[in-house]
Design a protein around this ligand. Sequence first.
Ligand SMILES: Cc1cc2nc3c(=O)[nH]c(=O)nc-3n(C[C@H](O)[C@H](O)[C@H](O)COP(=O)(O)OP(=O)(O)OC[C@H]3O[C@@H](n4cnc5c(N)ncnc54)[C@H](O)[C@@H]3O)c2cc1C
Length: 489
Amino acid sequence: MHEKRLIVIGAGISGLVSAVYAQRSGFRTLILEKAANPGGVSTSWKRKGYTFEGGIHWLIGAREGLPLHDIWTETGALGPGNPVYYKDPIYTLVDAAGRVPLYRDLRRLKEVFPEDSAAIGRMCFHVACFRHFHPVVLDERGLKVRYPRPFRLWEFIKMGPAVLLAPFLLLRSAGSYIDRFHNRRLRNLLRTVVDPEINALSLIYTLSTFSAGDSGYPEGGSLRMASNMADTFTALGGEIRYRTPALEILREKGRAVAVRTEAGDIPCDAVIISADARSAIDHLFAAPLQERWARKMRKSLITSQCMFLGIGVQADLSSYPRSMVLPQAKPLHVGGLTLDLLTVNNYAREAAYAPEGCTTLTLILPGESYAFWAAARERGDYAQRKAETFEAVLQRLEKAIPEIQGKVQVWDLATPLTYQRYCDTWDGSYMTQWLPRTLTPTAPIRYAPGIYFTGQRTSLSGGLPIAGTSGRITAQAVCKDFGAEFVSR
Ligand SMILES: Cc1cc2nc3c(=O)[nH]c(=O)nc-3n(C[C@H](O)[C@H](O)[C@H](O)COP(=O)(O)OP(=O)(O)OC[C@H]3O[C@@H](n4cnc5c(N)ncnc54)[C@H](O)[C@@H]3O)c2cc1C
C-alpha cells in the first residue's frame, strides 16, 4: 500500500469500476455518493412488493470471453451467483394482426417479411461484419501492470470489416437505415432497438451483440450488479459514504488537495469525477471550467433523456412476451412527447419481481421531456402531470393487455427531473446521444494534476460498456501518474 488518498465522486458504475481497481492497486480510496445507493442511473427499486428495473435492459460484455466481461468479473459486477439470462426474441411486436418476434438470429425475419428479403440480407451482412467488434481493453503504455492484457493482433484484424463499414454507418441515422425496409411492422420492431435519431452504427453494433449471443440480463438486475461491485470495493478495504454530495474540488497551484462536503473538507492526493462531467464543469469547481472542451460541451452536447414508468398489476401476464412493442394507431402525447410506439417490459417470469400471481411492467418513454417537466414543476402541477401521463399510458396498455383493467396496485413515474434530483445528471440524462456526422464533445480522462474524469461523458456514446471501460482507463491513468502498479484481480 503506497497510502495515496484517492476520492472518487460518485458510486455509479464507472465510479465503482475505477474505485475497485484503484483500491486494489494500493490507493486508499473513498467514494462520496450523493444518493443512498450505489449504481447511479443504473438502478432498480421496490414499491409495494414490486421491483422496477430502471437500468439494465441488456448488458454488453455479459458473455464470457469478451474483454468487457473481464471488467465485469474483476469488479464483482458479475459473479458465480449471478447468472445471466439471454432473452430471445429480443422484442415481440404485438398488434391487431398478431405477434412478430425479433429473434437474435435476424435471418429469421426473412420468413415473416419476404418483401424485405434483400434489405434484411444486407442488414444481416452488416451485423455479421460487426460480430467481432467490441470495446478494446488495453493497458496504458508505460504503466506497470501486475496482470498485463496480452495484445492480440488477431482481435484487431477480426474487427477489420466493421472498421471498413463504420464510416458509411456513421454518416446516416438509425432511422434512415430502418426506413429502407418496406414493411411498417418490421420498421417498428427495429426502431425499438435504439433511438432512430442516433447514428446507424449504434443500431448495427447493438444488433451484432445480440446475434453474437451477448447482451444478457444478469439475475437481480441493476441494483444487484451495483451492490456486488460496492461489496467488492468495501471487502478490499475501500470506504463509501452515501448521502454525501461532493460540493467542490479544492486545489492548490492547480492540483487537487481536498474535496469539500457538508461535513467538512476531506484531504486527498487525487480525485476521480465519475459524476456527470457536464454538470461537474459548472458545479464542482471554484468557478465553472472554461477550457475549450468544456465550452464545447456546454454548447453542443445532446443528451438522451427518458421517462420511466413502472406499474405493478395483480394479474399473471406470463402468457405475454417479455418485451412487447405496441404500435399506436393514434400517437400518444405525454410529457411533451409524441409517441407512436410503446415498448413494454413484462417481468411476469421473474418470480422475485412481484407478489405471487402479480406482474411488474415497465416502460421507457424516450425523448427530450426535461423542459416539459421543469415547466410543470415551476407551475406547481408536476404531480398532476405525472398522474395524467400514467393514465394516458394505462389507457393504451389496457387495449393491448385487457387483463390489467382495474388491476393496477402501484405505479411510479421517473422523469428526467427525478434522474437529475438523484444523480445530478445534466437535464436528467443517462448518456450522450451520438448523432450521425458528428463528434460528441467529451471530457478528458486527465484534466489537471490529480483531477480525472470517468464515465458517460468521456466517450462519444454512452451506456454501461462506456462506464466499464472508462472506469478502467481512468484507474490506469491514476496509477501511472502516481507510479503505482495496476492490479486488476
Ligand atoms: C432507464 C434506463 C435504461 C438503461 N438501459 C441500459 C441498458 O440496457 N444497457 C446499457 O448499457 N445502458 C443502459 N442505460 C444507460 C446506463 O445505465 C448509463 O449510461 C450508465 O449507468 C452511466 O454510468 P456512469 O457511471 O457514467 O454515470 P452515473 O450513473 O450518472 O453515475 C454518476 C454517480 O455520481 C453521483 N453524483 C453526481 N454528482 C455527485 C456529487 N456532487 N457528489 C457525489 N456523488 C455525485 C450520482 O448520484 C451517480 O451515482 C440505461 C439508463 C436508463 C436511465
